[in-house]
Design a protein around this ligand. Structure first.
Ligand SMILES: Cc1cc2nc3c(=O)[nH]c(=O)nc-3n(C[C@H](O)[C@H](O)[C@H](O)COP(=O)(O)OP(=O)(O)OC[C@H]3O[C@@H](n4cnc5c(N)ncnc54)[C@H](O)[C@@H]3O)c2cc1C
Length: 379
């Protein structure tokens, strides 16, 4: 019996670990286009230099060996559900291969969305992968040579507010007091997915650190040094100059989902998960992590906590499917309706929002502890 896991991020690794702990006689094959795992929550800190690439990445091959699984570096192109085969490209030989499976887990995550805004994808930098974050950092190092660099961060969700905090640290670490960081958000307040008290607290911290905040403004277009904004209430447009533009504004499902059957997709193309995290309409295909859309009375959030919880449930349900026993219901905790997060704002300061409470003492230390604990898996 062979379980093939597509994508070795938080969800894929959680499936692989839990499956290897429970299974005997199940061959586990982990597939990722990258050789190294990337700890995404720490990518904003690449900008300020608080973490290095080595500290927040780990060898997937080493991890697989440790848990008794196999790892293949392949770019997944599509899935042939009828033949029960994955179609993947070998990056070294560029040849295409078909990889058979008995059970499949799709955990390939999400991609940045630019919503078709003219010029956005072409001109904006990002922190969505280690390569993106290193490229952005390089551009910051180049720009810092000039006086009064202006950085615009588009999107004031979790990643946007963290990036703004790290940019302040980057510039203050170089004595560039004249540099400016502007955070632009289309909603009427930052962190619109969180309750107002979280937005208000984080806005106060960021403003006190010198970040300018512009809410209620939608980006219309981007050119080489300017973004065009529309103030939604006033219906007034304006153009803003930038030297560095960092896009954090939205997510879309990984492109491989484009070839999945329409009935297995929710609005926006996310893969629909049933109550047991099987891809809707399939008994031998499971979904986990950001690419999955799960809704019961609440909608599962796209975060590390749920990616890992989903991974554990998927592993359990693969084992139960093999034994022919009743599957376990998945029950999310960090949901769209009740989000919780650890949000770092630079300068060693973080805010935890959990079960309606805001906590600041030790929040940053807790965030770093979780990072180090996770990365020990690769040691
Ligand atoms: C900058 C940033 C900061 C974040 N901060 C936080 C935070 O503080 N707290 C929090 O809870 N969440 C945070 N998140 C969100 C969190 O990282 C995601 O929810 C989580 O990574 C989802 O896990 P996943 O396994 O679904 O996807 P990922 O972790 O993205 O993993 C997907 C994997 O699939 C692989 N893959 C993709 N396409 C292919 C393909 N075609 N072929 C083969 N392999 C492929 C990728 O290489 C990757 O390894 C942050 C995200 C970002 C980008």
């Amino acid at each position: 019996m062979r379980a093939v896991i597509l994508g070795c991020g938080f969800a894929g690794l959680s499936v692989a670990s839990a499956l290897s702990a429970k299974s005997r006689g199940v061959e586990i094959l982990m597939i990722d286009r990258r050789e190294r795992f990337e700890y995404l929550p720490s990518l904003p800190e690449i900008l300020s230099g608080k973490v290095s690439a080595d500290e927040i990445t780990g060898s997937l091959r080493k991890f697989a060996t440790k848990i008794g699984a196999e790892f293949l570096q392949r770019e997944v192109k599509s899935v042939d559900f009828k033949a029960k085969e994955v179609v993947a490209r070998n990056p070294k030989s560029s040849s295409e291969e078909r990889i058979p499976y008995d059970f499949l887990v799709v955990a390939v995550g999400a991609e940045l969305a630019f919503f078709g805004i003219p010029g956005a994808e072409e001109h904006a930098l990002s922190v969505y992968s280690l390569d993106d974050a290193l490229k952005t950092r390089k551009r910051l190092e180049e720009a810092v040579q000039q006086e009064g660099v202006k950085c615009v961060v588009v999107g004031a969700g979790l990643t946007g507010v963290e990036v703004a905090g790290e940019l302040v640290d980057f510039f203050s670490g170089r004595g560039c007091e004249a540099s400016r960081v502007l955070l632009v958000e289309m909603a009427q307040r930052i962190l619109p997915a969180f309750p107002e008290k979280v937005s208000a607290r984080i806005e106060r911290v960021l403003r006190s650190r010198g970040v300018e905040i512009l809410t209620g403004n939608a980006v219309q277009s981007v050119s080489e040094r300017e973004i065009e904004l529309l103030a939604l209430k006033e219906k007034a447009g304006r153009k803003i100059h930038y030297d560095i533009l960092i896009w954090t504004a939205g997510l879309k499902p990984n492109r491989i989902s484009a070839n999945f059957p329409a009935e297995a997709k929710a609005k926006g193309g996310w893969l629909k998960a049933d109550a047991f995290l099987r891809l809707k309409g399939y008994k031998d295909v499971f979904v986990a992590g950001d690419i999955a859309h799960f809704a019961n009375s609440e909608i599962s959030g796209k975060n590390v906590e749920e990616a890992e919880r989903q991974g554990r449930t998927v592993a359990e349900n693969i084992m139960r499917s093999i034994k022919g026993s009743k599957l376990r219901h998945y029950s999310p905790k960090n949901t769209v309706q009740k989000p919780r997060a650890l949000i770092s704002l630079g300068n060693g300061h973080a805010i935890a929002y959990f079960n309606g409470f805001l906590l600041e003492t030790f929040a940053y230390r807790l965030k770093k502890y979780l990072e180090r604990k996770y990365m020990r898996k690769f040691a």
